[in-house]
Design a protein around this ligand. Structure first.
Ligand code: P6P
Length: 339
């Protein structure tokens, strides 16, 4: 019975990472321990998000709930859980969170060799209407764990060892790359384990979907406007692309990885560096996209080559199917020649 065999051959995320790790005999399991603590955070947030409407966790911080307790917004709660889980892993030395203005330098007695940059609950403005949201994370190796500095996290995305996201939607899906392709794991609530359900995700070379907030069209620059025009009114007689925009990066990128197409958050006159943050939105999603066979471009360069100067820096991003991103790169290159 193939189905039974499948049920007994449970490839959990921990087993997957241990298998990967066995390729590096010198490693002492530190990465597995770090990942287990990230997974613990994701399980907690998944549970809290699913109960949000019931436990009245949604709404603004500062209000009190029926028990008169100080109510924490889900993203504040999620941030606290990830910080505590990562510090207690004993494997981190710098943490950068979308929720915290300053980086967290872990106290020496609990320090390890990894730096984690993360958005604990990206898209949290969508919680109240039950749209999928997610945690996004990237992992760097510190240069010297005795002397961690901000330089350890102001590194180009191509230096990341691993990146991933956990999407809290109809199911809880964790998508991860440690540099050996992209793999998707789905939480089996009855086991409390993430089970490998999407081995070796490969993004289609070309897609039929474009994903952008058309409401910003009046502020777009030439190449973006031209590209979107091409999606809607193709000159070569091909059919126009469909527009799919959820407004939650994890959900839009997850669909792009599985179905193909292109996700755009361009610069515009109002925000010259776009809206999305380099360290914990652009880099992890670009890392995953390239590992799945796609491309990620900032309008000027390969996204993973960007060197951030501030931990909450923003960048425009065009990511997705290889051929679709190639088209917008050509439009920006042509624009560059005119200048
Ligand atoms: P806009 C959510 O607030 C977020 O940070 C990303 O998850 C999402 O891709 C983007 O902003 C949506 O921004 O301006 O289109 O609402």
């Amino acid at each position: 019975h193939a189905a039974d065999a499948h049920r007994t051959d449970l490839m959990t995320i921990t087993r997957y990472v241990l298998n990967e790790q066995s390729k590096y005999p010198e490693s002492r399991g530190d990465f597995t321990i770090l990942l287990n603590h990230i997974v613990l955070g994701c399980k907690f947030v998944c549970s809290a998000v699913n109960k949000a409407g019931l436990a009245k966790l949604i709404g603004l911080a500062g209000e009190t709930n029926v028990q008169g307790e100080e109510q924490k917004k889900l993203d504040v709660l999620s941030n606290e859980v990830f910080i505590k889980s990562l510090v207690s892993s004993g494997r981190t030395c710098i943490l950068v969170s979308e929720e915290d203005e300053e980086a967290t330098f872990v106290e020496p007695s609990k320090r390890g060799k990894y730096c984690v940059v993360f958005d604990p609950l990206d898209g949290s403005s969508n919680i109240d209407c039950a749209v999928s949201i997610g945690t996004i994370f990237g992992i760097y190796m510190v240069k010297d764990s005795h002397e961690p500095t901000l330089d350890d996290v102001l590194q180009p995305g191509k230096h990341m060892l691993a990146a991933g996201y956990c999407m809290y939607g109809s199911s809880c899906t964790l998508v991860l790359s440690t540099g050996e392709g992209v793999h998707g794991f789905t939480l089996d609530p009855s086991l409390g384990e993430f089970i490998l359900t999407h081995p070796d995700i490969k993004i289609p070379k070309k897609g039929k979907i474009y994903s952008v907030n058309e409401g910003n069209a009046k502020n777009w620059d030439g190449p973006t406007a031209k590209y979107v025009e091409k999606c809607k009114f193709p000159k070569d007689g091909s059919s126009s692309k469909s527009l799919r925009y959820i407004g939650s990066m994890v959900a839009d990128v997850h669909r792009t990885l599985l179905y193909g197409g292109i996700f755009l958050y361009p610069a515009d006159k109002k925000s010259p560096n776009g809206k999305l943050r380099v360290l914990y939105e652009v880099f992890p999603m670009s890392f995953l996209t390239e590992q799945a066979g796609g491309q990620a471009f900032t309008g000027k360069q390969r996204a993973l080559d960007l060197v951030p100067t501030k931990i909450h820096e923003r960048s425009p991003i065009f990511l997705g199917s290889y051929d679709d991103v190639e088209e917008i790169k050509a439009l920006y290159a042509a624009e560059g020649k005119k200048e």
